[in-house]
Design a protein around this ligand. Structure first.
Ligand SMILES: NC(=O)c1ccc[n+]([C@@H]2O[C@H](COP(=O)([O-])OP(=O)(O)OC[C@H]3O[C@@H](n4cnc5c(N)ncnc54)[C@H](O)[C@@H]3O)[C@@H](O)[C@H]2O)c1
Ligand SMILES: N[C@H](C(=O)O)[C@H](O)COP(=O)(O)O
Length: 339
């Protein structure tokens, strides 16, 4: 009886399979066989895909198949609990096939809707291949934007985190050419408010200090190297400071990511994807988590892509997936405590 109560108290975490031809299946198998998690983990995948990849990698997990998430047991080392979703066609490691794009999207949809209706407490997403999903004719920018649309969230924020630093982005998967127009007072305000809110609520930081990058080299060099800092970023930061948010910047991005600043702040906010993420990945690739802030649900992911070149070889590092699963569990436990 006691056991039953404990079981039901633990969060149910959906883990999607990601791109079936990539390393998603490999790292799911390896992470769940090598680390135990105090949660009920449900992998949304085609059982044949996982069985075949396990065979290819010479792994022999104990399989549990459930038809509903509530039947998922507490994770045990070496056990994989599957909620079946059928592939459209057999998938071969290392060979992308657009025919399986609807399968990938289906797993995300089941996870997202299941989280919204309370079936799952959190979602962890191994990597998808954006290019092959776009080949269906429907543009797919990333999980971040997919779950934003699914949850009808006005503003989401992509944040990647290691033990050493957190880096959030104002714009996400946007062509570089479109970035300057996207840095508006309205967007910056929404992003900073969502970031500040979630640093408090999801990370328990009472008064977060956020370092904000400039957009241009040397934060515009007093307008000689670009006007966005003077015309948009500084006035927005000044207004938000007057509302009580602890913001430093805009700082030149090339020196913001140094101990002098990072040691005293809680998060860095970069204006675009490749301004912030290379620094984070250089410092912690393989051990970072990607968290979508601003959603009504909990969603974490890995810090790497599909690594098609490594699928089925047994050489993919599962470190980031383990971190992503643990973060999802922590956040779900935290949310349960405060609900
Ligand atoms: N969370 C996600 O869904 C996610 C994240 C990043 C990239 N992607 C997508 O993945 C696809 C491929 O992207 P990419 O080639 O730019 O990046 P990638 O991360 O797949 O590969 C970059 C390099 O890192 C290596 N690598 C990646 N993950 C590794 C791991 N776990 N262990 C060891 N080595 C690893 C690869 O072999 C490759 O050399 C793209 O479609 C991209 O959009 C998805
Ligand atoms: N920008 C992420 C990264 O570089 O790691 C990655 O593309 C995943 O993004 P989504 O979580 O939106 O799929």
């Amino acid at each position: 009886m006691t056991k039953q109560v404990e079981n039901n108290d633990l969060p149910v975490v959906a883990i999607t399979s990601g791109e079936p031809a990539g390393i998603g299946p490999d790292i799911i198998l390896s992470a769940l066989m090598n680390q135990s998690f105090n949660a009920r983990l449900v992998v949304l995948a085609d059982p044949d895909l996982l069985h075949e990849r396990a065979e290819q990698l010479n792994l022999k997990p104990n399989w549990i198949i459930v038809d509903t998430a509530d039947k998922a047991p507490i994770h045990q080392l070496g056990t994989i609990c599957l909620l079946p979703v059928k592939l459209a066609t057999t998938s071969q490691a290392g060979h992308l096939d657009v025919a399986n794009a609807p399968y990938v999207l289906k797993t995300l949809e089941i996870a997202g809707k299941g989280c919204l209706n309370g079936e799952f407490d959190a979602i962890v997403t191994p990597p998808v291949h954006k290019g092959v999903l776009c080949e269906t004719g429907v543009h797919f920018s990333g999980h971040t934007e997919f779950f934003q649309a699914l949850c009808h969230s006005e503003q989401v924020v992509m944040m990647l985190a290691t033990d050493a630093m957190k880096v959030a982005l104002v714009t996400t998967h946007l062509p570089l050419q479109q970035v300057p127009q996207a840095i508006t007072d309205e967007t910056l305000t929404r992003v900073i408010k969502a970031l500040n809110h979630d640093l408090k609520t999801k990370f328990g930081i009472r008064s977060p200090q956020i370092l904000v990058c400039g957009l241009n080299p040397h934060a515009g060099e007093d307008g000689h190297l670009g006007m966005e800092e003077i015309e948009v970023i500084s006035p927005t930061l000044d207004r938000l400071r007057s509302e009580g948010i602890d913001l430093i910047g805009p700082l030149p991005a090339d020196t913001l990511f140094t101990a002098k600043y990072l040691d005293h702040a809680d998060c860095a906010l970069a204006m675009y994807h490749d301004q912030g993420l290379p620094v984070l990945k250089y410092s912690g690739f393989g051990n970072a988590v990607n968290i979508t802030l601003g959603l009504p649900i909990i969603r974490t992911s890995v810090d790497h892509g599909t690594a098609i070149d490594l699928a089925g070889t047994g050489t993919a590092n599962d470190g980031s997936l383990k971190v992503a699963i643990q973060h999802a569990i922590n956040m779900a436990n935290n949310a349960k405590k405060h609900s």
